[in-house]
Design a binder for this molecule. Structure first.
Ligand code: PLP
Length: 356
């Protein structure tokens, strides 16, 4: 494929050739022992990556499906929704459209949530769950998940639902220590899988809660997942090609070494932030800047689609701003399998195009 553009967009991300090759294996039955073995081999690797013993749900859906699953299973009545961008807004809309009461806590786009903000909101409102987006991909704001987790420990009766769609597998997230009840992600972001599979770590407390929640539906019912989990099976036909690919990718992630992986993401983030500060401005508030992508204010008013046309000639593509931030900002993803060398190649090309 000569016309492939290397993806510096925040999902889908580059998938390694050996992982892509796994998608073309001959099909097996999802009730065959081979399939249970396959699922059973992936789960401990995911648990290792997430520092957890929680149930791992490999969902045949995109990440949004699991956002819906989180609210359907773990919001009995009212959910406090922390909104600082497009995806956190979506999380709230998903809760509303599933008939849940929502209370928004809104801050400006580009800002992140601190422990204090969550603490104050919980003092003011009686809720049975909170919905938080750890890494708000529309603005590249990463909220203080460890600080917030400290606050949530004082509210064990409140379900802690966290979208980690664009941070999981790019940042160290110790799920058991954090006490997150539903930690969910899409495959096609920092996990570097083709789109079509999503992952969640679901706590025992979340399963207990689900037993008390009405109208969980069928497809995403955590109790259906739990029933089949002990047998390494799924209650629906899963995306078997993705399971093969995921097994390979998880092995590669473990081979790289988790600390190396977190460090690689950190180094790429630092490099892009320094470059952005030199030539533009980082859009996101300091202290909350994401490790997996950078959102850059288009201070020089460059034409982003023209930039992407010129980058395409060099076999690359970056992300425009999201929604209302389109053309006002642009985003460089540094997640998944990208390396510092890839980042240097991209920044070098942009410098050349802009005549820096
Ligand atoms: C990409 C993204 C989503 C949506 O994921 P899909 O896999 O497209 O459903 C949700 N939340 C965040 C933070 C994202 O970056």
């Amino acid at each position: 494929m000569t016309d492939h553009r290397k993806l510096f967009i925040p999902g889908p991300t580059e998938v390694l050739p050996e992982v892509r090759a796994e998608l073309s294996r001959p099909m097996i039955g999802h009730r065959f022992p081979e399939c249970a073995e396959l699922i059973g081999s992936i789960i401990p690797l995911v648990q290792h990556m997430l520092y957890t013993k929680n149930m791992i749900y490999l969902s045949t859906s995109s990440g949004t499906g699991l956002m819906e699953a989180a609210v359907r299973n773990c919001v009995r009545e009212t959910c406090l929704c922390f909104v600082n961008g497009a995806f956190s807004k979506r999380f709230m809309q998903i809760a509303e459209s599933n008939g849940k009461k929502t209370i928004p806590v809104e801050i400006d786009w580009g800002k992140g949530f601190s422990a204090r903000m969550v603490e104050q909101a919980l003092e003011q409102h009686e809720v049975d769950a909170i919905a938080l987006v750890h890494n708000e991909t529309s603005t590249a704001a990463m909220s203080d998940i460890y600080g917030i987790a400290g606050v949530m420990k004082k509210h064990p009766e409140v379900s802690f639902l966290v979208d980690m769609v664009s941070s999981m597998a790019g940042v160290k997230l110790e799920i058991d220590e954090l006490g997150v009840d539903v930690a969910l992600a899409s495959g096609q972001k920092a996990l570097a899988l083709p789109p079509g599979i999503a992952v969640a770590a679901i706590s025992g407390r979340a399963l207990e809660k689900a037993r008390t929640v009405q109208n969980r539906g069928f497809y995403f019912d955590f109790l259906n997942v739990e029933k089949n989990y002990a047998k390494n099976q799924t209650h629906i036909t899963p995306t078997i090609p993705h399971l093969y690919a995921m097994k390979k990718q998880m092995e590669l992630i473990i081979d790289e070494g988790l600390e190396n992986r977190w460090q690689r993401h950190h180094q790429m983030a630092e490099r892009v932030r320094a470059w952005a500060g030199e030539h533009f401005e980082v859009f996101t508030e300091e202290g909350y800047r994401s490790e997996t992508l950078t959102c850059i204010t288009n201070t020089r008013n460059i034409n982003i689609s023209e930039m992407n046309k010129k980058l395409a000639e060099r076999g690359m593509v970056l992300g425009n701003g999201y929604g209302q931030l389109k053309d006002k900002t642009f985003r460089i993803a540094h997640m998944g399998e990208l390396t510092l060398a890839d980042i240097e190649e991209l920044l070098g090309a942009i410098d050349e195009i802009l005549g820096h």
